[in-house]
Design a protein around this ligand. Structure first.
Ligand code: FES
Length: 308
């Protein structure tokens, strides 16, 4: 093959390669732009009131577009790894060198390559920044800290247990296997203070396991599931188990309502019980620990006044 023909071929190959890289760069840039648009769309949807499925879809698109753009960039623009192969010196013909130089300078030179790289890097940085911004926006949902509010309920020493209608309850009115939802007198319907008063079967209650005092064979536990805060509503009297219908956390009523199975991370807090002078059931204090789902600084020993 003549050297002139070889030179022309190399110039054409160089041009084709550059065109391929340009096409790849345009596709990669398009994906980065899609990622930016999706990230801003996510922020807009969130600020406008939120829509879970749409937010998830936009997040998927944003991450997917960044990943795909990087893939295209790596495969089509950067290209395969350069391998250096030792070989004897070769010098192209002057004609071939001139043709290559002309093609290179014909807008396909280093300035273009470097400019393209800078352009893609800026777009990638823009996509990363807007995505990071979109992920930070939900922080505004955290709101103010609850302070010590999580550690106390309406229950106090001497506060009577009443049903939803405000009727006080005597211990002898409760039979084995019976379950009643109770509230502090005067705070009927209070969601945080709601509790389950349960008559256990004689001789089945493990009193040593209870963290707080009780009356006869009765136990009283928070009705709020320690998993996600749903009301625990199902009682299997035959085995003494409370079951939360939301995700099937199961608590052993006879052993301080410890978790038998399910996703809950801790047992149900116990309400200490006593009897007042008129013979009605009363609380002798608040729950043994904060009610509801656990949180990061919750300990069994912390008192409300310790929390600022
Ligand atoms: S809220 Fe009770 S198991 Fe999930």
């Amino acid at each position: 093959m003549a050297s002139g023909e070889r030179g022309g071929t190399r110039a054409d190959q160089w041009r084709e390669q550059r065109e391929r890289e340009d096409r790849g760069a345009r596709v990669a840039a398009l994906f980065f732009v899609v990622a930016i648009v999706a990230a801003f769309g996510l922020m807009f949807v969130y600020v406008a009131g939120g829509q879970t499925q749409l937010e998830g879809l936009l997040l998927f698109i944003a991450f997917g577009a960044v990943g795909t753009g990087l893939g295209v960039w790596g495969k089509k623009v950067v290209g395969p790894k350069i391998v250096v192969e030792e070989r004897y010196p070769m010098r192209s013909s002057d004609q071939s060198r001139d043709a290559f130089e002309a093609a290179y300078e014909e807008s396909l030179g280093e300035a273009v390559v470097g400019g393209r790289r800078r352009f893609l890097l800026r777009l990638l940085a823009g996509a990363g920044a807007s995505l990071g911004l979109a992920l930070l926006v939900p922080l505004r949902s955290l709101g103010p800290g609850p302070g010590g509010d999580m550690f106390v309920t309406e229950w106090q020493d001497g506060r009577r247990l009443v049903d939803a209608s405000g009727n006080p309850i005597r211990p002898e009115q409760m039979s084995a296997d019976e379950v009643r939802t109770v509230f502090p007198e005067g705070a009927e319907g209070d969601a945080k203070a709601q509790a389950l008063l349960i008559g256990t079967r004689p001789d089945q209650l493990d009193r040593d396991a209870l963290p707080r005092e009780t009356v006869d064979d009765l136990v009283c536990y928070s009705k709020i599931c320690t998993h996600a805060g749903c009301p625990v509503g199902l009682y299997r009297a035959s085995v003494g188990e409370l079951i939360c219908p939301c995700h099937q956390s199961t608590f052993d009523v006879n052993r301080a309502a410890i978790v038998v199975s399910g996703p809950a991370g801790r047992g149900l807090p116990q309400l200490p019980l006593g009897v007042d002078d008129a013979g009605y059931l009363v609380a002798t204090g608040d729950f043994s620990e904060p009610v509801g789902p656990s949180f990061w600084n919750m300990t069994h020993d912390v008192q409300a006044e310790d929390v600022t």
